[in-house]
Design a protein around this ligand. Sequence first.
Ligand code: R1P
Ligand code: MN
Ligand code: MN
Length: 403
Amino acid sequence: MPKKFKRVHLVVMDSAGIGYAPDAGEFFNHETPDIGANTIGHISEKVGLNVPNFQKIGLGNITELKTVAPTDKPLGYTTKLQEVSQGKDTMTGHWEIMGLDITNPFPVYPDGFPEELLTKIEAFSGRKIIREANKPYSGTEVIKDFGERQLETGELIIYTSADPVLQIAANEALIPLDELYKICEYVRKITDVGSEWMLGRIIARPFVGTKADNFERTANRRDYALAPFGRTVMNNLDDAGFPVISVGKIHDIYDGQGINKDMGHNLNDMDGVDRMLKAIALPDFKEGLLFVNLVDMDAKYGHRRNPEGYRDAIQDFDGRLPEIMATMDEDDILMITADHGNDPTFTGTDHTREYIPLVTFSKAFTAPKPLPVGHFADISATIAENFGVAKGDIGESFLDALV
Ligand SMILES: O=P(O)(O)O[C@H]1O[C@H](CO)[C@@H](O)[C@H]1O
Ligand SMILES: [Mn+2]
Ligand SMILES: [Mn+2]
């Protein structure tokens, strides 16, 4: 069968959930279960969301949104998808989208990292670690609280969150990026699968500034994830010789597995869209997968519980949709989705267990309409069927419905 779509452009708006999932009661923000969370819904309801392009494609057909009306003649197929994996972090969400079922959640460290691990990092780096920061912390608060001490003593700021992450904050003026990345790579090595303290992700969190009120994190963040626990549809596409192109954090999240071209890290979400447009225009990208992550919505606004900032970030992306759609070929498909929720109006500062939206667009669509509710991995099952490669461990293709 000929390929239905020559190219798939898949965009993850990091954390843009669309309503709490049926199992939200099993996931928490501090003591509060995630029941009631709705990232896009609450942004629309509480601070207004003006997204004319998303509206025309059919975002308002997925669920009731106060400021995004449903449309009778949507330009695209839309639905929402449920997660089956036991986790609401970025890696779990992305890996499941590509066909994996993560049944054992990655270990988290609500009381901070064990002394033995910290001592090893100190021995490798030759730097002390600030023990008071070693707990779940907001990344902007932790540098406010300990950034000045770091400038005086040269100590490392190591902290975690509700997610399976070990984050190292370091002032670029004091601890050069190279040094920070080397420390992260070392921590990655000693916390790999099978080690005593398996860690989902090590994150380098460089920042600049001279005192508590002017510290600012930079775009030199790097994520060192574990390799996916199994083969994803990206591996299958790569093995079959299709281009698999990544933009932004995607390469880090899959540890490069199944990716054969990387467009680099984003300076911000709009820079991510620029990189995406550059990739769409690559002369040798004739068929295959382009996979983009836009992380600002999550990192800059969701975790910071900043609904206005989050709204503006979605609106900015909405403003770029006409450009993206115009650049697409006749037989390309655009799929826009998320990896978990992070309701900026919810209690706490962590992700929220939510459905993710799926908004699709192709010039080739003849009868777009809402689709039945599905699961995260249906995205990769559809992509796999389209290109005639094996799907992942889970997922049901909805390719037939796209006419
Ligand atoms: O508070 P910051 O440093 O932004 O950390 C956030 O970013 C991490 C990775 O996405 C999450 O685990 C969350 O804690
Ligand atoms: Mn995420
Ligand atoms: Mn996050």
